[in-house]
Design a binder for this molecule. Structure first.
Ligand code: ADP
Length: 500
C-alpha cells in the first residue's frame, strides 16, 4: 500500500496519495484567512465535482463579500504591521525556498488534488505544481535584489527613488491550472506584499492545501489568504478599498467587467485573458517537428489552455501532407479518466463546458469546415470530448475567430508569407503564436510582425519563470513572470532631501 514512501487512499474509486484522501475526508475544504482554515461566515458551501466521473468528491466553503472583507482586513493588518513586508530580504528568500521544498515534498498530493477537481491528467498534474515551485525558486532570489535608484539631479538634493511593495494584492484565478497560482503569488510575496487569492469555484483544492503549506513554511498568518467562491467574491475583491492591485486570469467577458470595475477605485490590474493563437507552418518547416507540436498544442489539457494553438496556418504546398500527419498523430488518442495512465485527453471541466465545445463542433460543420478527425468518447458520466480536426477553415468562420477552450483544431491554408501574417493577426486576441520554418530570416520577420505577447519558433508552449508572459489586444495587458512582473507588484516613491 505504499508508493514513493506514502500510503495510499481512495477517492471516488480512485487510488490516490493518502494525504490527498485525508484532506478531502476532513470535511469542508476551508478558506484560509489570518492563518486559519475557516468556514464561510454565512455557512454556505458548494459541492466539489470530479469531472472524470461527474461524481461529488467533497464540499468547499463558499464565501461572500463578508468572508472576503475578513480576508482583506487580515491581509491589510499583516501588511501594515510588517510581519512579512519588513522581514529581512534574506529571510524572505529562505522562507520562499522552504515553501518550494515543501511543495516538492507534496507534489504527489497536489497532483492528485488537481487531477481530482480540475480533471488534469494525473501523469501531467504534478507539472502544474512544478510551475509554482519554479516561480517560488525564481522569485526567492529577488527580495535581496529589488533595489531603488539615486537619480542624479545636481548637488543641492539627494533623491532616492524607492521601490516599495504596494500593499494587498487581489489574485483571481481560473480553473485550468489551479496549482500554478504561485506564478502570480510568488512575485507578489517576493516584493513584500500581502495577498488575497480567489481560486476558481470549480477547483478549490490545491489553493487551500498549498496556502496551509505556506504557513508551515513560515509565510506569516494573514500574508496569503484564500477565499473560495464564485464571481460574487471576485467582484467584492475587485471593489474592496483595502485591495491595492489586482491580477486576473480568465475569460474576456469577465476581464472586461473586471477592468471597468477596477477603474472605479483606480486599481491597476494585470489581466491575462484568452487566445486564438496561430501556429504557422511554412513550406520549409520540419514537419516531423511541426505536426506533433501543433496537434499537442491543442490536445494539451484537452484544449483548456489559454495558449492552445487552436488555429493552425499551413502553407498550401504542404497542406495535405501536414493534415495527414496531424490526423495520424491524433487518431489513436484515448479520451478518458484523468487518473488512467493510458489516457491522452482527460475530461473538460464541467458538463456546460463540454456542451459548449460540442456546440462549436456543430457550428464548424454547419459553416462548411471539413471534418478530418473526430475521435471516440468513452461511454461514461465524465465530461468528455473527443479531439476534432477541422480542415479548410477560413477566417469568416466562428471556429476560427472564437476561443473554444476544447480539443478543436482549425487548419487554415495560406499561399504567401504575407498572407500567413495577415491571417495570424486577423483576430481580436494576441496571446501567442508559433512559427515553424528553417529560414531564420523569416522567423525573425515573423517575430517582428506578429501582434502577440509570446512567439515560439520551432517549439510551442515552453515557459520558464524567468521569462515574462502576457498578451496584447483582447488577450489582456500586463506581464506575469520574469523581472517585469515585479514592476507590476511594486510601486515607486521619490524622496527628495535637501543637502546642507
Ligand atoms: P472561465 O470561463 O475560465 O471560468 P471566468 O472569467 O468566468 O473564466 O472566471 C475566472 C475567475 O474569475 C474565476 O475565479 C471566477 O470565479 C472569477 N469571476 C467570475 N466573475 C467575476 C467578476 N465579476 N469579478 C471578478 N471575478 C470574477
Amino acid at each position: 500500500m505504499t508508493e514513493n514512501g506514502h500510503t495510499r487512499g481512495v477517492v471516488d474509486g480512485t487510488d490516490v496519495d493518502a494525504r490527498a484522501a485525508a484532506f478531502l475526508a476532513e470535511g469542508t475544504i476551508p478558506h484560509v484567512i489570518d492563518g486559519e482554515g475557516r468556514r464561510s461566515l454565512a455557512g454556505a458551501e458548494r459541492q466539489i465535482m470530479n469531472p472524470s466521473t461527474g461524481e461529488q468528491i467533497g464540499v468547499v466553503a463558499s464565501g461572500d463579500a463578508d468572508d472576503l472583507d475578513h480576508a482583506v482586513r487580515s491581509a491589510r493588518t499583516s501588511f501594515e504591521d510588517g510581519r512579512w513586508r519588513l522581514l529581512a530580504p534574506r529571510e524572505k528568500e529562505s522562507r520562499l525556498h522552504r515553501l518550494a521544498d515543501l511543495l516538492e515534498e507534496h507534489r504527489d498530493v497536489t497532483g492528485d488534488l488537481d487531477a481530482l477537481d480540475a480533471g488534469i491528467l494525473r501523469k501531467y498534474a504534478s507539472f502544474v505544481t512544478q510551475a509554482s515551485i519554479n516561480a517560488l525558486r525564481y522569485y526567492a532570489g529577488w527580495p535581496t535584489k529589488i533595489a531603488g535608484q539615486l537619480p542624479p539631479v545636481g548637488p543641492e538634493y539627494l533623491v532616492q527613488e524607492r521601490v516599495e511593495p504596494i500593499g494587498v494584492m487581489g489574485v483571481i484565478k481560473p480553473w485550468n491550472g489551479p496549482a500554478a497560482f504561485f506564478n502570480q503569488v510568488a512575485p507578489a510575496l517576493a516584493a513584500g506584499n500581502s495577498v488575497v487569492l480567489k481560486p476558481a469555484e470549480h477547483t478549490p483544492l490545491t489553493a487551500t492545501y498549498m496556502a496551509l503549506l505556506a504557513l508551515e513554511a513560515g509565510i506569516p498568518p494573514g500574508v496569503l489568504n484564500v477565499v473560495h467562491g464564485d464571481g460574487v467574491v471576485g467582484s467584492a475583491l475587485v471593489a474592496h478599498p483595502g485591495v491595492n492591485r489586482l491580477s486576473f486570469t480568465g475569460s474576456v467577458g469577465t476581464g472586461r467587467a473586471l477592468a471597468a470595475a477596477a477603474a472605479q477605485t483606480f486599481k491597476k490590474a494585470n489581466i491575462e485573458l484568452g487566445g486564438k493563437s496561430p501556429v504557422i507552418v511554412f513550406d520549409d518547416a520540419d514537419l516531423d517537428l511541426a505536426a506533433p507540436a501543433a496537434t499537442r498544442s491543442v490536445w494539451n489539457n484537452s484544449g483548456q489552455v489559454c495558449t492552445a494553438g487552436s488555429r493552425t496556418l499551413v502553407h498550401r504546398d504542404i497542406y495535405d501532407d501536414f493534415l495527414e500527419r496531424a490526423v495520424a498523430a491524433s487518431t489513436d488518442l484515448t479520451v478518458g479518466h484523468a487518473f488512467d495512465d493510458g489516457v491522452d485527453l482527460g475530461p473538460l471541466i464541467s458538463p456546460q463546458q463540454r456542451d459548449r465545445v460540442r456546440d462549436y463542433v456543430d457550428v464548424g460543420r454547419a459553416e462548411g469546415a471539413t471534418v478530418k478527425l473526430v475521435g471516440d468518447v468513452p461511454d461514461s458520466a465524465g465530461n468528455f470530448q473527443a479531439p476534432v480536426i477541422f480542415a479548410d477553415v477560413d477566417m469568416s468562420m466562428r471556429v476560427a475567430r472564437e476561443e473554444i477552450f476544447g480539443p478543436v483544431m482549425s487548419v487554415i491554408p495560406f499561399d504567401t508569407e504575407e498572407e500567413a501574417y495577415r491571417i495570424a493577426n486577423d483576430t481580436e486576441f494576441g496571446l501567442a503564436a508559433g512559427v515553424f520554418t528553417r529560414d531564420i530570416a523569416r522567423a525573425d520577420r515573423a517575430s517582428d510582425v506578429l501582434d502577440v505577447g509570446t512567439v515560439w519558433i520551432n517549439c510551442y508552449q515552453v515557459v520558464d519563470a524567468a521569462v515574462s508572459f502576457g498578451g496584447s489586444k483582447y488577450s489582456g495587458y500586463g506581464r506575469s513572470l520574469g523581472s517585469p512582473a515585479l514592476e507590476e507588484y511594486t510601486r515607486r516613491k521619490s524622496v527628495w532631501s535637501r543637502r546642507y
